[in-house]
Design a binder for this molecule. Structure first.
Ligand code: WT7
Length: 656
């Protein structure tokens, strides 16, 4: 879609109210940013020194063929930085993880107990045949054992992939196969809104197609009956009893060793395996957490996300632990058993920094102000938001009702690919006046550029595509087993640009004061409750059903989830539209991808709007779904296809 010059900028954006004028001028933030851009190597070397290295690097940055190798020659271990260096100091008895289960169970782990647990399971994994470089798949709920096994894998140099528990057996199998996992670690089930979700059953289905898997380690969480395959499946506790050593020496790993691979949706049916490194990544996430949330020793940090997503990897597990913080981790649904749950957790543990998504805020806001007002939220100092643009009215509610006009809001823009925050207010450096709904400015080391279709910079106030001009240490290494796609997808979008530009897939605009505003995805990726879903992945799944000839999926605005996917389907001859078939198609998508991909509606149509060259015009369908004007339709092959969509939306029965 062509970004257009519009009335953005002056009119709607620069009048957005700066909330805290008293923090001007921006000397410190601007100076730090300038220094980081003028001399990135010196800047990042200083940051990296906050970590413990087994051997320091020879070169801070080698930048070649769109690959950044940070701290090359350096040797480091993430598990050592997150655990040992605290467990062996005055933080030994400090609480590392405060965990609350949905059912009210509570657990606390000190840095020393974390050290013991990580070593035990690391030793067990070795006994079960995992060596440096072998891969492990995790399909686990939000329990302390999840960070524990992530740290154990990091300790022995085994790259892992955590598959979100909302994915089905098909999606799990696809990821396990792609990463060639030798072991899957899972649990019998998890609690969600008082009900058991059977994870092990899903693993049993997936594993049929996963020949590389030798063992399945099963943590007992719900205690419901499950099948244990003789010789293959082993209970987590029994695995621990295999542990021979109390202390597993952390592997000395090169800075670009793969820490994890995290699969995320893109613009094709196949998810992309974001390959994440070690030394650069850990440097980047610890620095950015300090800048955006001004964290220190006394903080109680709560990132209310799921570890199945990058937010949880970077900012529940690795960065907070590397900084020696106490963190809160919650297992279940945020409004269970009542909509005061989140606020009660903040009161109970004295949370000081709280980080969550606009979708959760919209959900909780819906229940009114009495719930938060019933709890003592006075410990809060900084609030954060991530996953999609935050609506200004939600921002204001967060600021006034939750933060009581005392807490800055760090609206952090970033992606799975970036590893850590990229654009965000930086109260840990110096807080610029905030504007509700703007992620404000780039953090140090981040060099954004908004461009047009040709990769040419657009003027301030004009909407364009957000790109990044230079490497940063948190940046993905490549796409796992798919270097070609890495180059094409991220670096070859703008061949006419003056220099290679990293493509983010987002629209953005810079207002007359220089503030950045994110305006949603510019590609075929949806953001459903903050989660990324590829429309093509959904379309391919619909077409895999025997009744479907063609399909198109677009996002429809939703008050709580931001957007929800709706499907338009052309049936094959011999099939008739019916309510039952619509339900079956929804079920089909849930079964293949998982509950996360629930279609909100399926409409039957006689044909889809296409260009003469046969490309489906999602833009037209999207406009119709939102009740907007369809714009220019001169390239449409068949004008009546627009009526098909309108009729379907108006619920007029089909006569095929
Ligand atoms: C996409 C990345 C980053 C961790 C969670 C999502 C959108 C993310 C913001 C924000 C506006 C945002 C973008 C981005 N996004 N944060 N603060 N304001 N949009 O990671 O699944 O990789 O999604 O989320 O569209 O490209 P992800």
């Amino acid at each position: 879609m062509q970004p257009q010059a519009s009335t953005y900028g002056e009119q709607s954006f620069s009048k957005a109210l700066p909330v805290n004028e008293r923090f001007t001028p921006l000397r410190n933030l601007k100076d730090t940013w300038k220094k980081s851009i003028e001399n990135p190597e010196e800047f990042w070397a200083q940051q990296a020194k906050q970590l413990d290295w087994i051997k320091e690097w020879d070169h801070v940055l080698e930048w070649d063929n769109n690959h950044a190798r940070w701290f090359n020659g350096g040797l480091i271990n993430v598990s050592y930085n997150c655990v040992d260096r605290h467990a062996k100091t005055s933080r030994k008895n400090k609480v590392a993880i405060i965990w609350e289960g949905e059912d009210g169970d509570r657990r606390g782990l000190t840095y020393h107990s974390l050290y013991r647990e990580v070593n035990k399971i690391a030793s067990a994994l070795k006994e079960l045949g995992i060596e440096k470089g072998n891969t492990v798949a995790l399909y686990m709920p939000m329990v302390p054992e999840l960070p524990i096994v992530m740290l154990a894998c990091a300790r022995i140099g085994a790259p892992f992939t955590q598959v979100y528990s909302g994915f089905s057996s098909g999606a799990l199998a696809e990821r396990v196969q792609h990463i060639d996992a030798k072991i899957i670690i899972t649990s019998d089930g998890l609690w969600r809104r008082g009900k058991i979700i059977d994870l092990k059953g899903t693993v049993d289905k997936a594993i049929v197609d996963c020949p590389t898997v030798e063992k399945v380690i099963v943590l007992k969480r719900t205690g419901h009956p499950i099948h244990m395959e003789e010789g293959r499946d082993i209970w987590y506790d029994d695995a621990l009893s295999l542990a021979k050593e109390k202390n597993i020496t952390p592997e000395s790993l090169p800075s670009d060793h793969i820490l994890y691979v995290l699969y995320t949706s893109g613009t094709t049916a196949k998810p992309k395996g974001i390959q994440v490194g070690t030394g650069g990544y850990l440097t980047y996430i610890t620095s950015t957490l300090k800048w955006a949330f001004d964290v220190d020793e006394n903080d109680v940090w709560w990132c209310a996300a799921d570890i199945g997503w990058v937010t949880g990897h970077s900012y529940i597990v690795f960065a907070p632990l590397a900084l020696g913080l106490s963190l809160v981790m919650y297992e279940g649904a945020p409004e269970y058993p009542d909509p005061g749950r989140v606020w009660r957790i903040i009161e109970d543990y004295g949370v000081t920094k709280f980080y969550t998504s606009p979708t959760l805020l919209r959900l909780l806001m819906k229940y009114g102000d009495d719930y938060p007002k019933n709890y003592d939220l006075s410990t809060l100092k900084i609030l954060g938001s991530v996953g999609e643009p935050i609506n200004p009215e939600v921002w204001k509610w967060y600021y006034t009702v939750i933060g009581q006009e005392r807490c800055p809001i760090s609206d952090t823009w970033w992606q799975t690919e970036t590893g850590g925050f990229m654009l965000s207010p930086a109260p840990g450096l110096e807080l610029a006046p905030m504007k509700p709904g703007s992620a404000t400015f780039p953090l140090p080391g981040v060099d954004p550029l908004i461009v047009d279709e040709d990769g040419k910079p657009v003027p301030q106030g004009v909407k364009g595509y957000l790109t990044i001009r230079r490497p940063w240490p948190g940046m993905l290494l490549t796409l796992f087993k798919d270097e070609e796609r890495y180059q094409n997808y991220y670096w070859r979008k703008y061949p006419k640009a003056e220099q290679p530009l990293f493509y983010t897939g987002d629209y953005a605009i810079q207002d007359v004061d220089g503030y950045y505003w994110l305006l949603g995805r510019s590609d075929d990726v949806l953001k459903v409750a903050g989660h990324r879903l590829g429309t093509i992945e959904l379309e391919d799944t619909l077409v895999s059903h025997q009744s479907v000839a063609e399909s198109s999926v677009v996002g429809k605005s939703d008050e709580i989830k931001g957007e929800v996917p709706v499907g338009f389907v052309v049936l094959k001859n011999g099939y008739n539209p019916s309510k039952q078939l619509a339900e079956e198609l929804k079920r089909h998508v849930r079964n293949i991808i998982g509950p996360i991909a629930a279609l909100s509606n399926v409409y039957f149509v006689q044909g889809l709007p296409k260009t003469r060259s046969g490309k489906i015009m999602r833009r037209v369908i999207k406009a119709l779904v939102e009740g907007e004007s369809v714009g220019d339709t001169t390239t449409l092959e068949d004008k009546s296809s627009v009526d098909y969509i309108i009729n379907a939306l108006n619920n007029k029965p089909l006569n095929i």
